[in-house]
Design a protein around this ligand. Sequence first.
Ligand SMILES: NC(=O)c1ccc[n+]([C@@H]2O[C@H](COP(=O)([O-])OP(=O)(O)OC[C@H]3O[C@@H](n4cnc5c(N)ncnc54)[C@H](O)[C@@H]3O)[C@@H](O)[C@H]2O)c1
Length: 321
Amino acid sequence: MPFVTELKTFAALGTGVIGAGWIARALAHGLDVLAWDPAPGAEAALRARIANAWPALQQQGLAPGAAQERLRFVASLEDCVREADFIQESAPERLELKCELHAKISAAARPNVLIGSSTSGLLPSEFYEGAVQPERCLVGHPFNPVYLLPLVEVVGGAQTAPAAVQAAMTVYESLGMRPLHVRKEVPGFIADRLLEALWREALHLVNDGVASTGEIDDAIRFGAGLRWSFMGSFLTYTLAGGDAGMRHFMAQFGPALQLPWTYLQAPELTEALIDQVVEGTAEQQGERSIAELERYRDDCLLAVLGAIRETKRKHGFAFAE
Ligand SMILES: NC(=O)c1ccc[n+]([C@@H]2O[C@H](COP(=O)([O-])OP(=O)(O)OC[C@H]3O[C@@H](n4cnc5c(N)ncnc54)[C@H](O)[C@@H]3O)[C@@H](O)[C@H]2O)c1
């Protein structure tokens, strides 16, 4: 029996930052959404998050019939998944919780329905161990805000069927995403491993008094961050090698890898370091609320995505290239 790839109803378990992002994306694509979260007040918090995201989604373009009213918050895990055409779990990042949750989700779901987890780095072979029909279980790791950023890393576990990975890629594409199949099941997958390496160094720079949190953010957003959004690291460095390209770049900067410039090990998270990071970012945040900053971020992202889409078209690239 083929996996379901044409969706009418999307189920979301866990409606925090990431779950709400999935729900906003699914609603904007004209789907019915069933949501469940055990926390008191979760429905009101979710609806507020969706409302905050909606102007950006309207600006990006809603599918016919898309409406916030098509979200139904239900009282149990089983009610959430029983009728769903696709299931996405975004519960807290704890292995034993995910194991228990996926045993229940997979027992209640229809057999040919795919089950994705938003986990940032837990291994699917581990948390799908007790799942019913684990061949349809996989990771679909998104990025915040899920309703605007296209990337989703798709990772299968030891028991996941290759056809399920393909089917999930099709589903995520139908939601306007750019799926990336992570071919080996490694902790942190691809993107978070890269981001965490940068994060470790950023914490060292604060800890050593080299720079404030704001200065470190400036170092990214006025330089490398601009390049990353359309070229990534490898292609950027190819250009850094001049006409001789990557081979010259490797020869020129290879020796620096032996120095080395970076620590690799994370610094100890002392109270003093945590305070410095929290105080630094509070200063950067200023008087603006998180919701205001989210709307600012969304507008910037829409502008960047629009500019990249337009420029790629001009140079003969497809958006997903
Ligand atoms: N925050 C990020 O940037 C980010 C990015 C990508 C992936 N993720 C992953 O997404 C998942 C959710 O992270 P988040 O940032 O949304 O966390 P969050 O704390 O904002 O939300 C988690 C939600 O899960 C709910 N919850 C608690 N127990 C539950 C249960 N048994 N079943 C279902 N829901 C339950 C909580 O009430 C809460 O609303 C994690 O696996 C995380 O690693 C996070």
